[in-house]
Design a protein around this ligand. Sequence first.
Ligand SMILES: [Fe+2]
Ligand SMILES: [Fe+2]
Length: 303
Amino acid sequence: MDVKNTAGQPAEATPANIAPLAASHHWPKLAPFPVRKPELDFADTPRYWFGDNPVLTRHMDALSSLFPDGERFFVDAVRDFQQALADTPALRQEVRAFIGQEARHSEQHTHYNAGAGEAVEWSRQRCERLTRFARKHLPPKACLAVTICAEHFTATMGEHLLRREDIHGLHRDPEAQRMWLWHAIEETEHKATAFDVWRHVGGSETARMAHMLPVTAVLLGYLIIPATVELTRRDGQLFNLRAWGEAARVLLHPRRGYYTGLLRDYFAWFKPGFHPNDSDTRSLLASWRARLGFEGGDAPATH
Ligand SMILES: [Fe+2]
Ligand SMILES: [Fe+2]
C-alpha cells in the first residue's frame, strides 16, 4: 500500500479486515477508469454505525444527503461542455466514465439516505434548492468552476479516507463502510476529469482560485455544518456533549483529526499551476481496488 503521508498524519493503523464488494462494471472505451455498479444493502445498518456516535454518524448522513443533487449538478456542469471536447476523444470518453460514476454515486446515496431517516430529506432539499438556484443564475462556465472546486473537496476527502485506516476501525457496519470506500476510490479515480475539461475550455487560473472561497463557505456554512447540527438536533442528541467531544477529536484534533489532516491538500488548490494529479494516488488506488475485489486497475489495453 502507498503509505506516503501527504498531510503529516500519524502512521496508518493496521489495515481493517474489509470484505470485497460485489460490483458489476464496464469500461467506457478509452476511459482510464470503469463505471461500477455495486451491490449494497443497508437493511441491517445500525442507526449510529460510525463509532456508535450520533454526531459522527449524522455528519456522514449530512454528507450523504448532499450527493444525489450535488453530483447531478456536477454531471450537468461537465455535460454542458461535451461539445467542446470533440477534438479530444480521450477526455470525452473520460467524461462519459465520470458521468457514469457520479450517476451511480447519486443512486447509491439515495438508497442509503432512504434508510437514514426522514430528517436527511431536510438537508437534501436544501441542496436541491441551492443547485436549482445555481443552475438558473450562474453561467455554464461558473457552474463548471463550482464543480471543479467541489470535486477538489470530494477528491481530497476521498483520498484521506482511504489513507486513514485508523478511522476505519470506528466503522460498525460493513455496507456503509464499503459504500464510502467505493465512493472514495472513484472520487480519487476521476479527480482530474472536470478539472481537465475546465482547462480544455480555457478556464483561467484566477477564476479557478477565486471560486474556491465562496464554494467552501457555502459547502461548510450552508450545507454541511447546518445539516450535521440539524440532523443531530432532530435525534435529540444536540446536547450529547460526549458525542460532540468524540466527534471533534476524530474530525478536528490538531494532529490526528480527519479534517485537520487534509488541510494541506485542500490549500494546494491555491498554488499557481495546481493539478489534481500533483498528488500521486496510483498505488493507493491499486491497493484499495485489490482490497475491495474490484477487477482491473488502469484502463485495459483493448476494449
Ligand atoms: Fe461522487
Ligand atoms: Fe466526483
